[in-house]
Design a protein around this ligand. Structure first.
Ligand SMILES: [Zn+2]
Length: 42
């Protein structure tokens, strides 16, 4: 028995590997929309 490895998806904006249904921490996009300001996360 082993733990399930979560499937990562590519951010549609920057191509960063991210968890599904999560905002991309790199560019702040989620499903094609910018929901965070990346300049504030740099
Ligand atoms: Zn991204």
């Amino acid at each position: 028995m082993h733990l399930a490895v979560p499937t990562l998806v590519e951010c549609g904006n920057c191509g960063n590997r991210i968890m599904p249904h999560r905002v991309c921490p790199k560019c702040g996009y989620y499903r094609g929309k910018q929901v965070l300001k990346p300049e504030e996360m740099a």
